[in-house]
Design a protein around this ligand. Structure first.
Ligand SMILES: [Zn+2]
Length: 62
């Protein structure tokens, strides 16, 4: 059976747990288009206006 080689310090253990809870909490970011105000998933083109990183990259059928 595998046995841990070193004791994980409280700081390292707590950092690991806090990172996991952070991933669950965040899931949406505001659209980069100031006129859109839509909430989108990060690193994806906005479905409503076609903006990504402040630029229009996709023509959306209105
Ligand atoms: Zn948008």
């Amino acid at each position: 059976m595998a046995v841990p080689k070193c004791k994980v310090s409280k700081a390292r253990r707590d950092t690991r747990r806090s990172n996991n809870t952070k991933l669950e909490a965040c899931g949406l970011v505001k659209c980069s288009n100031p006129e859109c105000n839509e909430m989108n998933k990060p690193h994806r083109v906005c479905k409503v206006c076609g903006f990504y990183d402040g630029k229009k990259v996709l023509d959306v059928k209105a």
